[in-house]
Design a protein around this ligand. Structure first.
Ligand code: SAM
Ligand code: SF4
Length: 405
């Protein structure tokens, strides 16, 4: 992948110029908007989130920067329809419903949205006030994603969360009233957690009948507080037992696992995340946001300035790109497979061709090897990870790494 130095705005002709790639059609386009502040940094978190007091948060200036950012990016997505919007963080629910209304109004007036466009907002139970979720709904949000993590006050404390069990339950009750569809984020393999602790968390979550749950194995990320002061974690074997329990309990409650960490009732899969995993396009607005955009002859990745003050200054001056790269043809198959193999149903062969512009024969030997190892299943139209491949996903994905020159 050839890195291009930080990143003067380019004329659209630059992206449209001839190249080796020939994409027959462009994939669905999603919009991601990053709101980078939180009341308190959690000890496990390596997202681009920064501690901030609500009364100090430069809400209006950030909104202005986001809309300037969008304005500058418009030529790159000219004429395309937006299929989903995800307002993530950080803690987007620190922003007032009026601010979200202003943001979505600004987006709607500049872009064509699909009539049933999914609009998700991430919310933390600790920033919840009565009626707030209804006001987000009124602003045009139609899906809420609640960062619950656990219902156990001891674990919430260990995770440094600003909410407790009672607040989580109250927030879910209001989410269920205000939204037809919502998600709960839960984490497992927490410091000191037993299988019985997890069983209680899962039973509590499932009793609330969420249409969607995302369940993440707690990972220790570099440069976090937990990386420096490593807590005692469940063993790998205990974590596998936990995953078995999760699969069993979600299945019994009518939630299907459709991606490594995502479980949904029929009709409630998250379009936005599915678009990432199906190697669709996304424009990322906001501090540190990532974009992946296809053009007829190339696929481009962009990263915005990560630090919020620097981002706002640059976005308002019309140049918020910290980095831009073009994905090389050699890297495209691996990037596609890294995402598509996370899906339980895998992908259609036709899809590989549409998204990468490459024939499936470009990964034939890796497909054959993966099948021989029992990691993959395929027929004439689809490829999907086997049960074994899903359990050893890294091994499966690594078979598609580009060979070194
Ligand atoms: C983008 S985060 C932010 C959502 C929201 N700010 C919150 O924390 O409630 C989305 C989710 O990623 C998960 N997550 C964050 N850091 C993680 C880690 N180190 N290991 C596993 N899951 C993590 C959490 O479940 C979190 O809700
Ligand atoms: S609230 Fe979410 S984004 Fe903020 S620090 Fe905690 S995990 Fe990270």
């Amino acid at each position: 992948m050839a890195a291009v130095a930080a990143a003067a705005p380019r004329d659209i002709q630059y992206y449209l110029r001839p190249g080796v790639l020939q994409l027959a059609a462009l994939p669905p386009l999603s919009l991601y908007v990053h709101l980078p502040w939180c009341l308190k940094k959690c000890p496990y978190c390596d997202f681009n989130s920064h501690e901030m007091r609500v009364d100090k948060m430069p809400e209006q200036r950030y909104l202005d920067a986001l809309l300037a950012d969008l304005e500058a990016a418009l030529p790159l997505i000219w004429g395309r329809t937006v299929h989903s919007i995800f307002i993530g963080g950080g803690t987007p629910s620190l922003f007032s419903p009026e601010a979200i209304d202003h943001l979505l109004g600004g987006i709607r007036s500049r872009l064509r949205l699909q009539p049933d466009c999914e609009v998700t907002l991430e919310a933390n139970p600790g920033t919840f006030e009565k009626e707030r979720f209804k006001a987000y709904r009124g602003a045009g949000v139609n899906r809420l994603s609640l960062g619950v993590q656990s219902f156990n006050d001891d674990f919430l404390k260990i995770l440094g969360r600003v909410h407790n069990r009672a607040q989580a339950l109250a927030a879910i009750e209001e989410a269920a009233q205000a939204f037809d569809t919502f998600n709960l984020d839960i984490m497992y393999a927490l410091p000191g957690q037993t299988l019985d602790d997890l069983k209680l968390d899962m039973a509590t979550a499932l009793a609330l009948a969420p249409p969607h749950i995302s369940i993440y194995h707690l990972t220790i990320e570099p440069n976090t507080y937990f990386a420096k002061f490593l807590p005692v974690l469940p063993t790998d074997d205990a974590a596998y037992d936990m995953l078995d329990l999760i699969t069993e309990m979600t299945g019994a409650a009518g939630l299907k696992r459709y991606e490594v960490s995502a479980y949904a009732r029929d009709g409630h899969r998250c379009f936005h995340n599915l678009n990432y995993w199906k190697f669709g396009d996304y424009l990322g607005l906001g501090a540190g946001a990532h974009s992946k955009l296809s053009f007829a002859h190339r696929v481009v990745r962009q990263v915005r300035f990560r630090e919020p003050v620097q981002y706002m200054k640059n976005a308002l001056a019309g140049h918020c790109l910290a980095q831009e790269t073009q994905v090389s043809s050699a890297d495209l198959p691996f990037e596609f497979m890294l995402n598509a193999l996370r899906l339980k149903d895998g992908f259609a062969l036709q899809h590989f061709y549409e998204r990468t512009g490459l024939s499936i024969t470009s990964i034939q030997s890796a497909l054959d090897l993966a099948e021989r190892k029992g990691l993959l299943e395929r027929d004439l139209v689809r490829v999907k990870p086997s049960e074994l491949g899903f359990d050893f996903l890294n091994d499966l994905q690594s078979l598609f790494l580009p060979s070194q020159p």
